[in-house]
Write a protein that binds this ligand. Structure first.
Ligand code: FCB
Length: 433
């Protein structure tokens, strides 16, 4: 059980649980269009065990059961994402009524159960038709995103507690266009640089489109990872500073202050779209909150033989989850304080945090240590308004397939039957006490 209690965090503090459309829904029927994750998974070698999200947790059919679990666990909120290709199969143009009906049922189901809907518009499943035209490398995708945001805002906006444009721009761009690990699987610095800028432009346009539909409580969700030098050498320190600028500053600085860190633009300027500076005001629209996803740290070693970003990353010897991610809770305190120092008026939510693996006692301990990290940040003045655990049900963990298990509820791969783990009970006990 947890050592922390709900009351410590403050009266209106929100506890939630998160899942994302492509990782759970399945339901490729009823008019849903193809996404880049469908084709990425169909391409040999991209996903562990050649798995895919075509059925996933069958949440498309089992959503009511999942919402019951969220309610019975005592959670206040459910952070979910809309599937763009389910709503607008080709990315632009004709909408799919059955997709809108699905999210109507889901959102109304949350409200009936007293669960606050925390929505994300883009959790990585870009419609394939837009990828055919260059996806995030193409500026036109920003306009398409704004139209999609407006459509969602019009149909659902008045029922959403918070709405985020993007989940983890670093993953959408660097991981997916430079490192080639996530869809669409590019390894190209020009592709990545253009995606980095266009995703942020789409964010800013999306915010305006949502506001124009009177949607309230708008934000963005970034992932932060502690970047530390492998050794105390000045070269490794510089490598870690560059890592931090790419990972932890680039997207937040753009959204919140309309600038990119020069450490990064000094390198990627030749690859950015011409005239990018002229977009920075459009990118930095006022936000109502910011979401921080936090999992782990990375160690940086300078490597002069690597062009552009001259470093290699590795893990250290802290306790790890089964994906090799080190547990490092104190960095969460640091990040929350950093964000609140740089942007004193902006409420912060921890929008994801969790641990993969079979060791459920370890998972309980992991959550508890991060609760402590949040309390430390609150005590030092950070305005942290909520904590959202990743994730409810074990699900399709992207390139890691179904081997990774972040859930507080397990799922039988054959029957898809859900079974609460001890960590679910720990939340239930803390939240309903
Ligand atoms: C985050 C993603 C989420 C899940 C967790 C483990 O980067 O937002 O979908 O994959 O990691």
């Amino acid at each position: 059980m947890f050592k922390h209690s709900r009351a410590e965090f403050g009266e209106d503090f929100v506890f939630g649980v998160a899942m994302a459309a492509h990782q759970i829904e399945g339901g490729q029927t009823d008019g849903r269009g193809s996404s880049i994750w469908d084709t990425f998974a169909a391409t040999p070698g991209n996903i562990k065990n050649a798995e895919n999200g075509s059925i996933a947790c069958d949440h498309y059919n089992r959503w009511a059961e999942d919402l019951d679990l969220i309610r019975d666990g005592g959670f206040d909120a459910y952070r979910f994402s809309f599937s763009w290709p389910r709503l607008i199969p080709e990315g632009t143009g004709t909408v799919n009524q059955q997709g809108f009906d699905f999210y109507d049922r889901l959102i109304d189901g949350m409200l009936e159960r007293g669960i606050k809907p925390l929505a994300t518009l883009y959790h990585w499943d870009l419609p394939s038709a837009l990828q055919d035209r260059g996806g995030w490398m193409n500026r036109a995708t920003c306009e398409a995103f704004a139209d999609y945001a407006a459509e969602v805002g019009r149909r659902f906006g008045d029922r959403l507690a918070t709405t985020a444009t993007f989940n983890e721009p670093w993953c959408v761009t660097v991981l997916s266009h430079l490192l080639g690990i996530h869809a669409p699987g590019y390894r190209d610095i020009r592709a990545a640089s253009r995606a980095m800028h266009h995703v942020m432009l789409a964010h800013g346009l999306g915010i305006d489109a949502l506001r124009a539909e009177s949607v309230q409580n708008l934000g963005i969700v970034v992932n932060m990872e502690k970047c530390e030098p492998l050794t105390a050498s000045p070269e490794d320190r510089k490598a870690a500073e560059l890592g931090d600028a790419i990972f932890n500053q680039f997207f937040l600085d753009a959204a919140l202050q309309g600038s990119y860190p020069s450490l990064v633009t000094d390198i990627i300027e030749p690859y950015l779209p011409t005239g990018w500076r002229g977009d920075m005001r459009q990118i930095a629209r006022p936000l109502d909150w910011v979401g921080v996803n936090y999992y782990t740290r990375s160690l940086y070693k300078h490597d002069a033989s690597i062009p552009s970003f001259p470093f290699v990353q590795s893990r250290g010897d802290l306790p790890k989850n089964d994906l090799g991610w080190e547990t490092y809770p104190s960095a969460l305190t640091e990040f929350l304080l950093r964000v609140s120092r740089n942007h004193p008026k902006l409420p912060i939510y921890v929008t994801e945090n969790g641990m993969s693996g079979p060791d459920d006692d370890g998972r309980i301990d992991f959550f508890d240590k991060h609760f402590h990290a949040i309390r430390e940040a609150q005590k030092s003045g950070a305005d942290v308004r909520g904590y959202v655990a990743w994730t409810l049900v074990d699900n399709f963990e992207w390139a890691e397939g179904y081997d990774a298990r972040f859930g507080i509820v397990s799922m039988d791969p054959e029957t898809r039957e859900r079974k609460p783990k001890g960590s679910y009970r720990a939340f239930q006990q803390m939240l309903t006490a």
